[in-house]
Design a protein around this ligand. Sequence first.
Ligand SMILES: C[S@@+](CC[C@H](N)C(=O)[O-])C[C@H]1O[C@@H](n2cnc3c(N)ncnc32)[C@H](O)[C@@H]1O
Length: 310
Amino acid sequence: MITNDDCTNCKRAAIRLGYWKDPYIDLFSKGKPTIERKTPEINRGYYARVVSIKIIIGQFLDYVESQGKQCQIVNLGCGFDTLFWRLTENSKNASTIKHFVDADLHGITSRKIYHIRHRPELLSSLGEDIKFNPMELQSNVYKLIPADLRDTNNLSTKLFNECLLDRDLPTLFLAECVLIYMTVENSNNLISWISSNFTNAFFINYEQINIFDRFGQIMVDNLRQRDVELLDLDSCKDLDSQKSRFTNNGWDNVDAWDMYHVYRHGIPREDLDRIERIEFLDEANLLEQLLTHYCLVIAKKGLADFNIEF
Ligand SMILES: C[S@@+](CC[C@H](N)C(=O)[O-])C[C@H]1O[C@@H](n2cnc3c(N)ncnc32)[C@H](O)[C@@H]1O
């Protein structure tokens, strides 16, 4: 709960200043949300996270389209992420996505459903045929399901029997700051379950790294003081540990970059020029320090001819 609220508030703070556009995020709030200002390096970090993930998903959708296929997207630990609405507002992508599943613990899905039900701007994108109960929503393309990712049997029932996912369609799994909240056994089990159950899968994991150095330990301690326990620290040791959790669990091909690399090489220069004018950054090394403690990992199972250009 705290983590989703924190993350949503950080995204709102950056959006409010114009780092990127998201007309949907404020709709996941009763009334107009109050937004606390964040430091420029936090805003730039969130910008790099949201924009780089969107670039990679865009490449995946282009690939699927070039194959004349449709795909499925599963947003693991989705929180209040607005990805479905941001992707489908562009009608080109809308027809490429056959199923889009948002999955999180029921405490989050019930809050997310409440907001969707009360906001015509969100509801109107879901089509006519919508079924919901207080925790779960099923529409033609968009589905919001309560699922504890530690329980892959239940996840399997939800994804295959209720959401009717196809094991062979290209399927993108996104986990944005989620796996670290599970034990190493649970996160490995999830990653292995996905590679065993989908023939053409693509995983994007955004998460912490270098967690055992001084700055990393300060991040862990700050969260611990707020009763947020990060459980899978071992996988967040460095880029190699982030990659090996996939190669050891059935994935064919894995790449990983720290966010400092992604910031400098993965985002178009003209976009960086624009956002770097929004706020003055006092100390560039603070940004570098922050960005070298987060990473993007991409893993493929099948999809041999799909390559990310980054
Ligand atoms: C930091 S938030 C990130 C939310 C979203 N991915 C984003 O980036 O906006 C972490 C999310 O993971 C979810 N989560 C943590 N453990 C989970 C579990 N065992 N099963 C399902 N969701 C979980 C939390 O409820 C929370 O919404």
